[in-house]
Design a protein around this ligand. Structure first.
Ligand code: NAD
Length: 266
């Protein structure tokens, strides 16, 4: 097991990609704090991990709320004394033509995706800077941000506000990586493509309505846009997060790794 003895936390881990990341980190031996604004969902995922023989703890955490971030971090520290891996996964989307986007669309996407990543990362980085260096790696901790293909490819129909929020996450990843490297804190991002989750189900509906075609036709557009010719699974993303969390990635920082079946290459 690649993460034996490590203390990890995942935001937005009650569903979709976050759930898969929490399960995958735990399967590699990490103790995982499963956090989400949906507390019941987080508890379910933590129970799933425990049923599989792993170690997990569930906590409510709205990434836009500094008090909840601090409280979740404190309860992790009370139990484990340190945090080795923090995955900023929580995210939201809405869809509309650029000219019809509302201030509410903009604020909601920026608030959760960009500001939530900033608030959590700042609290976590402050804690990691206080921690002892890990003897084997010489590192104090790792922050892993789930950005998006939309964090690199601006040409994403109906998602201008989401694109802006995810470009922000990629930029923040690089800026944090640069500043925190001297403290032994690595910061990387993962950029998924068309992942089968409840977010995608909602987007399929919205895009079908906006284009005036069926949900199935939109799904086929996503597959046609993916050279590997299938939709991505949450597990495709989780595997790369495990890699970044593991010692195999101890000299990687400031990267935004594409995991999208070739849908966007750069
Ligand atoms: N699904 C995709 O195709 C796709 C592609 C690229 C990137 N992403 C990104 O991956 C991440 C996960 O997306 P998903 O598809 O699993 O979405 P999802 O909607 O299926 O799950 C998101 C989870 O985040 C939680 N959440 C929402 N707002 C929160 C908040 N303020 N605080 C804490 N938790 C909150 C939700 O309760 C939910 O459990 C997001 O950052 C998303 O932008 C998704």
């Amino acid at each position: 097991m690649r993460l034996e003895g490590k203390v990890a936390a995942v935001t937005g881990a009650a569903a979709g990609i976050g759930r898969a990341i929490a399960l995958a980190l735990a399967a590699e031996g990490a103790w995982v704090a499963v956090t989400d604004v949906n507390q019941a969902g987080a508890e379910q995922v933590a129970a799933e991990i425990q049923a599989a023989g792993g170690s997990a703890f569930a906590s409510r955490l709205d990434v836009t709320n500094p008090q909840e971030i601090e409280a979740a971090l404190q309860s992790i520290l009370e139990q484990k004394g340190r945090i080795d891996v923090w995955c900023n996964n929580a995210g939201v989307s809405t869809m509309n033509r650029f000219v019809n986007l509302t201030e509410r669309d903009w604020d909601f996407n920026m608030e959760v995706n960009a500001k939530g990543t900033f608030l959590c990362s700042q609290a976590v980085a402050r804690q990691m800077m206080r921690q002892e260096v890990d003897r084997q790696s010489g590192l104090r901790g790792k922050i892993i941000n789930i950005a998006s293909m939309a964090g690199k490819r601006g040409n994403a129909p109906f998602l201008a506000h989401y694109v802006a929020s995810k470009f922000a996450v990629v930029g923040l990843t690089q800026a944090m990586a640069g500043e925190l490297a001297a403290h032994g804190i690595l910061v990387n991002a993962v950029c998924p493509g068309y992942v089968q989750t409840s977010m995608q189900e909602r987007e399929l509906q919205w895009e079908a309505t906006l284009r005036g075609i069926s949900v199935e036709e939109v799904r086929q557009l996503y597959i046609a846009d993916t050279p590997l010719q299938r939709l991505e699974t949450p597990e495709d993303v989780a595997k790369v997060v495990v890699f970044l969390a593991s010692s195999e990635a101890d000299f990687i920082t400031g990267e935004a790794i594409n995991v999208n079946g070739g849908a966007w290459m750069d």
